[in-house]
Design a protein around this ligand. Structure first.
Ligand code: MN
Length: 202
């Protein structure tokens, strides 16, 4: 599902992000340990399809593991947001913005937030790799985005008997408070400043 309507500029940007993501997976040397450049990427795409939703994607082992979040992420820890696991996407999709004209998901997509993340998942004090955390049904991440900062947890709830249902919750309050606004009301792309209506045909 590589988007075909990206401009050469968009392709180049995606390529650079992908290269950086690949470099981030190479063993780190101590001089740059802790640098955000070494961390995997996340993206939240605002997808104005038949039903508006936010696609949250985490780079895990070279793919974008994805959830559709109907109400979008919230910075308020008391908001429990349904997150419906969807198919993994290729890294090329990381900074895709544009129109999808046909079929499932047709509508507009903007990069609502993008940045690096840290996997904070632990079990009994033992750090758990992201892929394992995913398989176990609970992953805790610290997002270093522009709209989203701080720790979030995704938990496999299977709510309503649906195997795809997870829950997205903001874990700590402190990191987010400075910039707190109802997150989903910030509609613009963090890459281009565009909103979905800018992508509609004129
Ligand atoms: Mn979507």
């Amino acid at each position: 599902m590589v988007p075909e309507d990206m401009t050469p500029q968009e392709r180049l940007r995606a390529y650079r992000l992908k290269r950086r993501a690949e470099q981030s997976r190479q063993p780190s040397d101590t001089s740059t340990a802790g640098s955000h450049e070494r961390l995997p990427m996340f993206v939240v795409q605002r997808h104005d399809a038949r039903n508006l939703h936010f696609d949250m994607r985490l780079e895990i082992d070279g793919v974008l593991v994805s959830w559709a979040v109907p109400k979008g992420p919230s910075l308020n820890p008391s908001d429990k947001r349904l997150a419906h696991r969807t198919e993994d996407h290729p890294m090329e999709y990381l900074d895709f913005e544009g129109r999808i004209d046909e079929g499932y998901g047709s509508g507009t997509v903007i990069v609502w937030d993008i940045g690096r993340y840290e996997n904070l998942t632990e079990i009994g004090g033992r750090p758990v790799a992201a892929a394992e955390a995913l398989a176990l049904g609970h992953i805790k991440v610290e997002l270093h985005g522009r709209k989203l900062t701080g720790a979030f947890a995704l938990t496999h709830t299977r709510m309503g008997g649906d195997e795809a249902n997870w829950m997205l919750v903001k874990v700590d309050a402190a990191a987010a408070d400075r910039r707190r606004r109802p997150a989903a009301t910030q509609e613009e792309s963090v890459l281009t400043g565009r909103t979905d209506s800018d992508l509609e045909p004129h």
